[in-house]
Design a protein around this ligand. Structure first.
Ligand code: CUA
Length: 336
């Protein structure tokens, strides 16, 4: 952990620096900070100066100020408007950087609940801390089991809400390794008030210096209980809950679209514009199959609202992902 490349005041305002977002976020912060400081000093300074300069004194009659000055008024309107546009532009480009997940990102499932965090890795293993390798984009798929939470890692300048009933995503790429002991990791907080123990809903982010150490962690975290592995659970649900009757796994169309093909891409819908085939789309299709109908298929699927628990829906999504994402199958145990 180092703050060496940050301006001297950085450690006062911010914790430490650990991701590729730091330069973008911090430079905008300092731009706004010094801009505001400049105008604060200018305005307050002039105010104090005029108070003294035009103070009431014996022998001086009060002067009448001019009604208006077009040049002055245009100047103090145009300059702030231009500055606001500059701030908007910088903020928007930073926002896009934070929202655009690289294609090759490694996925970790984040489960927030009152009042703890769990992190599920592609091999099905679960840890109470977030473990990641340095220098590799990490995509977090966020879900909440109860109320609104928000994952916040100050060192990464990353924060995103965990919303019950849907999946949010965010990403980061760590630039600084920490010790492999969870206590040495970057602090991770819940940043959305979520009840009595909100303030203790904290965890850590352990960043490994190299991929080999991270692989060692992954192997150690595999849960031997098969049913805990979402892919295996999803495969079981696929067979036992009737999905298999209408959805193939080999790309062939049956009554419904195949589970293979289309993941992560936009699909044309009967009901209108293209829709991204992601976690939220699958979830909606399970709970409310009529919402958006895949082109070429009739909406004959029953709703599974109330029939599948959140964990089961996610397990089905994990199973669908495992047969669609190249490289994903190697991260999961083999599907028999
Ligand atoms: Cu969870 Cu605050």
């Amino acid at each position: 952990m180092t703050t060496a490349h940050l301006p001297p005041l950085a450690s006062f305002w911010f914790f430490n620096s650990g991701s590729t977002f730091v330069p973008t976020v911090d430079s905008l912060f300092y731009f706004i900070l010094w801009l505001s400081t400049f105008f604060f000093v200018l305005i307050v300074g002039l105010m104090l100066f005029f108070m003294v300069w035009y103070r009431h004194r014996p022998g001086h009659a009060p002067e009448h100020s001019p009604h208006h000055n077009n040049l002055l008024e245009a100047t103090w309107t145009i300059i702030p408007v231009m500055l606001v546009f500059v701030i908007f532009g910088l903020g928007f480009s930073g926002f896009m950087e934070l929202r655009t997940v690289p294609d090759n990102a490694f996925e970790v499932q984040v489960i927030a609940q009152k009042w703890n965090w769990s992190f599920q890795y592609p091999n099905g293993g679960i840890a109470p801390e977030l473990h990641v390798p340095k220098g590799r984009p990490i995509k977090l798929v966020l879900q909440s089991k109860d109320v609104l939470h928000s994952i916040f890692v100050p060192a990464f300048r990353m924060k995103m809400d965990c919303v019950p009933g849907r999946y949010n995503t965010c990403w980061f790429e760590a630039t600084e390794a920490t010790g492999s002991d969870p206590g040495d990791g970057f602090e991770l907080f819940c940043a959305e008030y979520c009840g009595t123990s909100h303030s203790t809903m904290v965890s850590r982010v352990v960043v490994y210096d190299n991929d080999a150490d991270f692989q060692k962690f992954l192997e150690g975290v595999i849960d031997p209980r098969k049913e805990n592995n979402p892919v295996i659970a999803g495969q079981t649900l696929y067979q036992n809950r009737g999905c298999v009757q209408c959805h193939s796994l080999d790309g062939a169309a049956r009554t419904g679209p195949s589970f293979k093909g289309g993941w992560g891409k936009e699909q044309k819908m009967k009901t209108g514009g293209p829709v991204l085939m992601d976690e939220n789309y699958i979830r909606e299709s399970i709970l409310n199959p009529m919402a958006k109908v895949h082109d070429g298929f009739n909406p004959v699927m029953p709703s599974y609202q109330g029939q599948l628990k959140d964990d089961e829906i996610y397990a089905l999504i994990a199973f669908i992902k495992s047969i669609n994402i190249e490289g994903f199958e190697t991260q999961w145990p083999a599907i028999e």
